[in-house]
Design a protein around this ligand. Structure first.
Ligand code: KIV
Ligand code: NA
Length: 267
């Protein structure tokens, strides 16, 4: 199969089969997830998940480029989207273009994602008109944690709900090819999905979005996080602990390596 393109994703707006998206940060994970996904997101959530950072704020362009290149090498079907890290795009459309161009050149990915609402709309337009497809991200925007004060659901007050809807409209009208809606009360996600022209990708949003995304490590049970919107499809943490425990026991008992893992001398 040929790799999915941005226009192919854009065409999936409304009605039909929902878009399937997961994060991937490494080559092997990308290889395993790629056949099942329409899009792979190299999320800046790698800051916490891979690097143990306290938030996504310290994540750098270099980190995103290195992991993005690995994910492109490990996939051939899904459209790969790379998060623009905090501080690499908010200053000006020109700064955003330089950062996004670097990510696409160094990784081979076809699109970037950036967080923010109406204030970022001119930047989305600037990039889209210059050959860089942009996925938007509204609602709970983790890079704004120092302004928001935490990761609670957004849009509980009418004023906040209106602001999020206006953000979504502004980003979509600026030319975003798709829009992540994260951590909002469900009616806003439905309203945005029904009003914008591009596909919406929900996370903690609504099954009525045009697609869904989760952090792979979250849904695999590999990362300690208790967000309501994470459904655990496996408990990989328990499986890895168990494997390490059995390996340690066999090393200590001198039963590993066994005859099958030993090179016999030539006779
Ligand atoms: O960084 C990330 O993983 C994301 C998704 C949760 C949408 O932005
Ligand atoms: Na992100």
């Amino acid at each position: 199969r040929k790799r999915l393109t941005v226009p192919a994703i854009r065409q999936r707006k409304g009605g039909g089969e929902p878009l399937v998206m997961l994060t991937a940060y490494t080559v092997r994970t990308a290889q395993l997830l790629d056949p099942h996904c329409d899009m792979l997101l190299v999320g800046d959530s790698l800051g916490q998940v891979i690097y143990g950072l306290p938030s996504t704020v310290p994540v750098t362009l270099e980190m995103m480029a290195a992991h993005g290149a690995a994910v492109v090498r490990g996939s051939y079907h899904a459209l790969v989207v790379i998060d623009m890290p905090f501080g690499s795009y908010e200053g000006s459309p020109q700064q955003a273009f330089d950062s996004a161009a670097l990510l696409l050149k160094q990784t081979g990915a076809a699109a970037v994602k950036l967080e923010g609402g109406a204030a970022m709309a001119p930047t989305v337009r600037f990039l889209s008109e210059r050959g860089i497809p942009v996925m938007g991200h509204v609602g709970l925007t983790p890079q704004a944690v120092n302004v928001l004060g935490g990761y609670g659901a957004r849009g509980r007050s009418d004023a906040e709900a209106e602001a999020i809807a206006a953000d979504a409209t502004a980003i979509a009208e600026a030319g975003a090819f798709a829009l992540v809606i994260e951590g909002v009360v469900e009616p806003i996600a439905i309203r945005i999905t029904e009003s914008v022209a591009c596909p919406t990708i929900g996370i903690g949003a609504s099954a009525r979005c045009d697609g869904q995304v989760l952090v792979a490590e979250d849904m695999l049970g590999l990362f300690e996080r208790t967000a309501r919107f994470v459904k655990r499809y496996d408990d990989m943490a328990a499986r890895i602990s168990d494997a390490a425990e059995r390996y340690a026991a066999e090393v200590r008992a001198r039963t590993f390596p066994g005859p099958e893992q030993i090179y016999a001398a030539k006779v």
